[in-house]
Design a protein around this ligand. Sequence first.
Ligand code: ADP
Ligand code: MG
Length: 260
Amino acid sequence: MEPTDSAPATSNITVLRGEPLVVISDVDKHYGDLHVLKKINAVVNRGEVVVVIGPSGSGKSTLCRAINRLETIDAGVITIDGVKLPAEGKALAKLRADVGMVFQAFNLFAHKTVLENVTLGPIKVRGLSKAEAEEKAMVLLERVGVANQAKKMPAQLSGGQQQRVAIARALAMDPKVILLDEPTSALDPEMINEVLEVMINLANDGMTMIVVTHEMGFARRAADRVIFMAEGEIVEETTPEKFFTNPQSTRAKDFLSKIL
Ligand code: ADP
Ligand code: MG
C-alpha cells in the first residue's frame, strides 16, 4: 500500500478479526534531523498477528518502542484498546503493562532467577501474591518449555531458552498485545526454531502480536498481515502470501531479493 491520507481502519485489506486494539494515527518522529517515522498509520485488531518487515534503519524498532512509550513521538496519536498513551505516571505504567515486549537481546534481569524474572512484574504491577505469581509463572514456563530451568540464573540458559523465558515474562502480565522486536535475530541458528514454535503457538492461541522479523516461515505460517517499512514509511501492507510472492514496490522487491 502506498502511503495515503486515508485511515487504514477503512482499508479493504485490513483483516477484521476483532475490533481495533492498537491504533497508530499520523505518528511522526525525528531524531534531530533524521525523520525516522513519517506519518505512520496502522491498525492492529484484536487477535491479529502483524509482521513488520523492512531494511535495517527503517524505523521498525522505533515504532515498537513508541507503542509502549519507551520512545516519545513528535506528533500523532497511539491508542491501546481505546486509551491514548499517557505521557507518564501511573496511567502509563498500567498501559505499558498491557503491552508485552520481547527484544532482540534477551534482556532478562541477570541477577534474578528465571522464576523471579517471570514473577517480578505480576507481583509489583499487577498486585499478585508471591504464591499466585509463582503458580502462574510455572504454567507459563511450562508452556514455553523451560519449566525445568525455573531455579537457574539466566546466564545458565541457552539463548533460545532465555528468549522463551522473556516470552513467558511478557505473558505473565496478561498483556493485551505482545510486541516482539527481532526475537530470533540474536540466536544461533539451531535455536531459532524453538522460539518460532513458541511464537506460532501463541499466534494460534489468539494472542494479538506485532512481530518484527525477517523469518518468512513465521510470517507465512502465523501472520495475518505483513507491513513493509522503508525509510520511516509504511510502503506496503498486505498478506504474507502476496508480499513474498508478489511485492508491489521497488523497495520491497529490492529488500526481498537481498534476504531470500
Ligand atoms: P530498525 O529497527 O528498522 O532497524 P530503528 O528504529 O532502530 O530501525 O532506527 C531507525 C533510524 O533511527 C536509524 O537510522 C537509527 O540509526 C536511528 N536511531 C534509532 N535510535 C536512535 C536514537 N536513540 N538516537 C538517534 N538516532 C536513532
Ligand atoms: Mg530494529
